[in-house]
Design a protein around this ligand. Sequence first.
Ligand code: SF4
Length: 385
Amino acid sequence: MSLGIYVHVPFCRSKCPYCDFYSVVNRDEDIKEKFTERLIREIREGSELPWFFRTKPDTLYFGGGTPALLSTSQLERITGTVKDIFGGEELKEVTIEVNPGSTDLQKLKELRSIGFNRLSVGVQSFDDEILRRLGRLHKSQDSFRVMEDAGKAGFDNVSIDLMFGIDGQSFETWETSLHTAIDLRPEHLSLYSLEFQEGTVFTRLLREGRMKETDPEEDRRMYETAHDELERAGYEHYEISNFAEPGCRSMHNMKYWSLQEYLGLGPGAHSYLRREDNGLGQRFYNRPDLKAYLDGTDIRVMSEPNDISDDASEFMITALRLTEGVSKEEFRDLFGVGVWDFFGDVARLQFQSFVQTGHALEDEDRIALTLQGFNVSNRILSIFV
Ligand code: SF4
């Protein structure tokens, strides 16, 4: 299995009121240059960790934040260092997230020319009033332009993000955004229901009674309609929130859902690597602290090493997000016993109760959640914690 490398670039033009990803609003070019140099140092220093050279990366993902706010030459120096240190000959998928309001054709051509071959575009909605409510800087027109420019720049693998369940968003508005997205024919779509995360402006407004949560039934209807319409349009619903044309699943994100190794670089980035002595997982992350990162402080925080129960739980919890669920044979190969031998009869009976209500499926080969099960996934997945 190959490694996935994630690079977190924590700069944004403004902070969206619903977002809890680690990012800072920064227009200072010096800071971006310092960040680039520090990141290059982190990549080089990473080679001192014992795990790093066991597997070569086949995916590289720049997220954030708004990574395309770095200049093309900064991005090229970072990708060049990754290739130098880790070997770039097996890189198949190189993704960068872009925002419609801060990208133009020239930038997209430059990104393509330095090796990016997949774009993830933060469209969120094709309705200008919804974009305004979300505090986004772009308009729907910018999204149309980016999608057209992506094709002109030579990108043939584009994903778009859309959000639903937003206060003030009617079912019809959601459907229109969905139909517009389908007409644009991206290779991949990620759909997210608005969540009120701790520490965000939206959560404060909710507590102050100045915002409403969407009725869960309406939220469910939006999700299930998206599933039906996207499948009718030829997209595969392959993970709770993700849809792809055949052959266009996100290789990088699949690593998160199948307990494969990934290395996160930059402040706020998380990693999962397997230890050499026993093959079990080791999680660690960089504290979300740009200042300390730039100062050269070691901000890596190691978690307790996983034991086999941690790895088995994490495998179930992530793999059950996939529509194809968990292969019983794969579980046996990884952990040496069958799923229910590992988790026991109580877990099996609890899971069976979800099978009886149509929220889950089990046959000889696999166990999985149904579309209805995805709506209550937290309850089902807690069986395996
Ligand atoms: S642009 Fe993206 S990362 Fe930045 S604040 Fe908005 S949602 Fe968060």
